[in-house]
Design a protein around this ligand. Sequence first.
Ligand code: AMP
Length: 282
Amino acid sequence: MKVIHDAKELQQTALALRAQGKTIALVPTMGNLHAGHASLMDAARSRADVLIVSVFVNPTQFGPNEDYEKYPRTLDADCEVCRAHGVDILFSPAPATIYAPTFSTYVTESACSQGLCGRSRPTHFRGVCTIVNILFNLALPHVAVFGQKDAQQVAVLKRMVQDLHIPVEMAVAPIVRESDGLALSSRNQYLSPEERAVAPEIRAALREISEKIAAGTESAETLAEFFMNKLGANPLFEPEYIEIVDNATMLPLKKITRGNTLIAVAVRMTQSRTRLIDNIVA
Ligand code: AMP
């Protein structure tokens, strides 16, 4: 496995690979790799000749009071995960290699990014669209793989790729969970022991919602109320939102239409202030 830190070197390498007729798959990450990231690598591995994983804690997708500084950076361990999953190139740039001091160009998607996480993180998806564009321009992938864990990110990036005619196939891999149901996330390590013990209740409440839908509940309002009451009853949870939206447009639905309804939640844990997200597709 080759480790590249320099942006131009990655682009030259990708150009040379393309000139040889090789196909390239890209998995963008912020590192601190876990089994969720590894599942994206496995999904990407079979889709192209060359697998590139980027590890970059992207400053432009963090808000002023978010965890950019404390976000876990574990490059040595990340290298091991990448090696074990057949990665050919690990791209780990310093922020200054990506963002020049004069940097002033951002990519803004202005529909799918407005609700859900976009409400409390108004500059987040602009940062995500911008960095993914930059990574596409450096790694020149034929296919890129993203996780359903960040369902709104998938919708925003798919829209960006469609709107800007970017020649990259977008693939999505399912959410990987702990055995108790908690969705894997680099932020789970911020949880206090008490918070960690109750965190699977988020997923459990989503499952109950699935069951209610299967039993015939169609009203989004009823389901949202159920979730807010259920988690709101425990002082360790501060539910930020539950949104029941069209999976492609992220626009709110009043009535569940099975097959394309995304039920997405964000919950703030009150001891550590960690914000957890999860979702199901009904
Ligand atoms: P991150 O490093 O958190 O920016 O995530 C990088 C990629 O991994 C994104 O496409 C995420 O959606 C995906 N990812 C993160 N956690 C999981 C998970 N538990 N299951 C599947 N994919 C995940």
